[in-house]
Design a protein around this ligand. Structure first.
Ligand SMILES: [Zn+2]
Ligand SMILES: [Zn+2]
Length: 210
């Protein structure tokens, strides 16, 4: 009997579901109970053709057949080597890039934002620190817009730089008050127009006639 099964555990008799018998008593019970079902056909055990058991008992027998362990041991551990029933054939794949290379510098979001035209905000700091940060940001964005091309698409800034290395975006001089809605405007210009008040920043509307 299997060491992992509890001999005291009650299991169902394969002949009559009303019979709940302790595992250790089942063999004795079956030898008596089967007499009530003489019409049961005898079938062969899957593990040993010499085992003929009444059909209702087959599953119980398979679970407890003494030859089962021998067969399983032979099938899975023939000569100590596990048999792979469904071998996966190795296909050699030529990789043109290695994802395991550690020579690539990791992405630093702070550094990227510092060196690209990205609007940054500081939400948690004292008013003085935030004001100072905004002033520095305005200066930084101004510098960046002069020294770096503004990416045409913020989604693919790298691509844009690669296609136009060192290209400068020539923005037309936009007179105040005549900005058409579809005229592109640099971030630095927008930042320059921001007026920082006592407790809020705003962009003043252009006066009429200006
Ligand atoms: Zn029974
Ligand atoms: Zn058997």
């Amino acid at each position: 009997m299997d060491l992992l099964t509890d001999p005291e555990e009650k299991i169902m008799c394969p002949y009559n579901p009303a019979h709940h018998i302790m595992r250790k008593r089942m063999n004795t019970h079956l030898s008596k109970c089967k007499r009530n079902y003489p019409e049961s056909k005898l079938v062969e055990c899957d593990f040993n053709v010499n085992h003929k058991v009444p059909e209702p008992e087959l599953q119980y027998h398979h679970e407890n057949c003494p030859d089962r362990r021998k067969i399983e041991h032979t099938v899975y551990h023939e000569e100590g080597v596990p048999i792979n029933k469904f071998p996966v054939h190795n296909i050699e794949v030529q990789a043109d890039e290695s994802w395991d290379s550690y020579d690539v510098p990791s992405y630093d979001p702070v550094k990227y934002c510092e060196t690209n035209v990205v609007i940054r905000r500081m939400d948690v700091a004292s008013a003085a620190v935030r004001k100072n940060f905004r002033m520095e940001e305005r200066h930084r964005l101004n510098e960046l817009s002069i020294n770096k091309p503004i990416p045409s698409s913020s989604i693919q800034p790298q691509q844009s730089n690669r296609n136009h290395p060192g290209a400068r975006r020539n923005l037309p001089e936009i007179p105040r008050g005549t900005v058409a809605e579809d005229t592109p405007e640099s971030v630095a210009e927008i930042m320059n127009r921001i007026v920082i008040g006592k407790d809020k920043a705003f962009i003043p509307k252009p006066r009429a006639g200006q």
